[in-house]
Design a protein around this ligand. Structure first.
Ligand code: EPS
Length: 391
C-alpha cells in the first residue's frame, strides 16, 4: 500500500514528504521531480515568495543509485526563506514573547481562527505555517515518483486550468496528450489561447483592486486498465479516494468527475455512456464507451475510459484590502492580517492536482497488481490485461 505523509512549515526548515510502499526497482532521475517542482512555482499571479525559493528535491532515504529500494522514500524540499524567518521559526530559539510578532487578527476563510481555538494557541502563526499551501511542494515531489510508476504501465496524467474568476476556457476538444504542451505555453496554464489572455487580464484587475481570484482545474488520466478501485467497500472506492486527495489540497471547495454538476440538466439517455466492443488489445480493455460523460469511472472503478476530474479552488484568503475580523486578544473588531501572498495560484494548482491524482492512482495500481517490485507488478499487470482482453 502506497501512503503519503508530509511534514514542515511554510517558513520552517523545509517541506518533507514520506512516500511509503513504493515498489523496488523504480528508476528515478532528479529531473523527474525537479522539473515539476519548478513548474509548480510558476504561473501568472504568484507573489514574492516564489522569487526567493528555487525548489529542488533532496532524497534523504529509500533510493540508491537512482533506483527505489522498496523502503520508505523521504523527500525534502528545503525552504530558502527559512533564513529570513530564523528568529521567528527556529525550533529551539527562545520565544521573544513579543506581542507585536504574534498574528492575532485571523483571516476570514483561512485556518487561522479555528486552528487557534482547536489547538489552544494564542498566535495564528502556529496555525498558518502548517495550513499553508507550501505543503504542496511535498505533494508534487511525491506525485512525481507516482507519475513515474504509472508511466511504467503506460498510464499518463495531465492537468490544466479551465477557469479563472469569470473567464471560462473552451477545452473540451483538447486531447489529453496535448495538455502539457499547450498549457505550458500559457502563463496561466490554460490550453485556450484567447481565454489565457482574458485570465491574465482578470488577474491584473484583481491585483489592482487588491483582491484575489479562484478558479477551476481539470485533471485527466489515460491508459488506465478497467477495474482500479472497487464498489465493495466505501473507503476503497476510487471516486471516494480521488475526492479525498483533491479536497485535501489547500483551498479546494468543489469536485466533479466527468461532466458532474454540468450534466445535471440532462436525462439519463443523454447522460450515460453507451458500451461498444473494439478488440484493440490495449491495456484499457476491449470494452469502450461511445462518450465519456462519466469521466472514466463506473461503480467507483476505472472503466478504461479517460479519467476526467475537475476541482474548484476558492480565491486566496490573504487580501491586500483586509476583510473584517476580530482581534483574538482584545476581542475587538479589527482588520485581518495583510501578509505577502499570491493574487491567484490556480495555475500552480494544475501541477499540484496532477501530482495528487498520480498518488491515488499509484495506490490503486499497487493494490491491484502487488507492490513489492516493479517487475512483479508488471507480470501481474500483463496477466490481468491479457485476461480482460480475452473477455
Ligand atoms: C501561502 C502564502 C504564501 C504563498 C504560499 C502559500 O507564502 P508567503 O507567506 O511566504 O508569501 O506564496 O505558497 C508557497 C510558499 C508555495 O511555495 O506555494 C499560504 O498561506 O497558503
Amino acid at each position: 500500500m502506497i501512503r503519503y505523509l508530509s511534514a514542515g512549515e511554510s517558513h520552517g526548515r523545509g517541506i518533507f514528504a514520506l512516500l511509503d510502499g513504493v515498489p523496488a526497482g523504480l528508476r528515478l532521475a532528479p529531473e523527474d521531480i525537479n522539473f515539476w517542482l519548478a513548474e509548480r512555482q510558476k504561473g501568472y499571479g504568484r507573489g514574492g515568495r516564489q522569487r526567493i525559493e528555487q525548489d529542488e528535491v533532496d532524497v534523504l532515504a529509500g533510493l540508491r543509485a537512482g533506483v527505489t529500494l522498496g523502503g520508505p522514500l523521504l523527500l525534502a524540499v528545503w525552504n530558502k526563506d527559512f533564513e529570513n524567518w530564523r528568529d521567528a521559526m527556529d525550533p529551539w530559539a527562545e520565544s521573544k514573547g513579543d506581542r507585536a510578532e504574534k498574528v492575532i487578527n485571523p483571516r476570514p476563510s483561512h485556518a487561522d481562527l479555528v486552528g487557534v481555538l482547536k489547538y489552544d494557541l494564542d498566535d495564528c502563526r502556529n496555525v498558518l505555517e502548517r495550513a499553508s499551501a507550501r505543503e504542496t511542494a511535498g505533494r508534487v515531489a511525491a506525485g512525481c515518483v507516482c507519475k513515474k510508476l504509472l508511466g511504467e504501465f503506460g498510464g499518463g496524467v495531465a492537468a490544466h486550468v479551465v477557469q479563472i474568476g469569470e473567464v471560462i476556457a473552451d477545452v473540451d476538444a483538447v486531447s489529453s496528450e496535448k495538455i502539457h504542451e499547450l498549457s505550458m505555453a500559457s502563463e496561466v496554464r490554460c490550453c485556450d489561447e484567447t481565454a489565457s489572455k482574458a485570465m491574465i487580464e482578470a488577474i491584473k484587475g484583481a491585483k489592482q483592486d487588491k483582491d484575489t481570484l479562484g478558479g477551476v482545474v481539470e485533471i485527466r488520466a489515460w491508459g488506465l486498465p478497467p477495474g482500479l478501485g472497487t464498489y465493495t467497500q466505501w473507503d476503497r472506492k476510487l471516486d471516494a479516494q480521488i475526492a479525498q486527495a483533491m479536497m485535501s489540497i489547500q483551498a479546494i471547495k468543489g469536485l466533479e468527475i466527468g461532466i458532474g454538476f454540468r450534466g445535471m440538466d440532462r436525462r439519463g439517455s443523454a447522460f450515460h455512456d453507451e458500451i461498444v466492443r473494439e478488440d484493440d488489445g490495449s491495456a484499457t480493455g476491449p470494452y469502450k464507451r461511445t462518450t465519456n460523460r462519466l469521466g472514466g469511472t463506473e461503480g467507483s472503478m476505472t472503466s478504461g475510459a479517460e479519467l476526467v476530474v475537475r476541482i474548484a479552488k476558492k480565491p486566496i484568503s490573504t487580501l491586500m484590502q483586509p476583510l473584517q475580523t476580530v482581534n483574538i486578544d482584545t476581542r475587538e473588531p479589527t482588520e485581518a492580517i495583510r501578509e505577502r501572498s499570491d493574487t491567484c495560484a490556480v495555475p500552480a494548482l494544475a501541477i499540484i492536482a496532477e501530482a495528487a491524482l498520480a498518488i491515488v492512482l499509484a495506490q490503486f495500481y499497487a493494490e491491484k497488481f502487488g507492490g513489492d517490485s516493479v517487475s512483479e507488478m508488471k507480470r501481474n499487470f500483463d496477466g490481468y490485461v491479457a485476461a480482460v482482453n480475452a473477455r
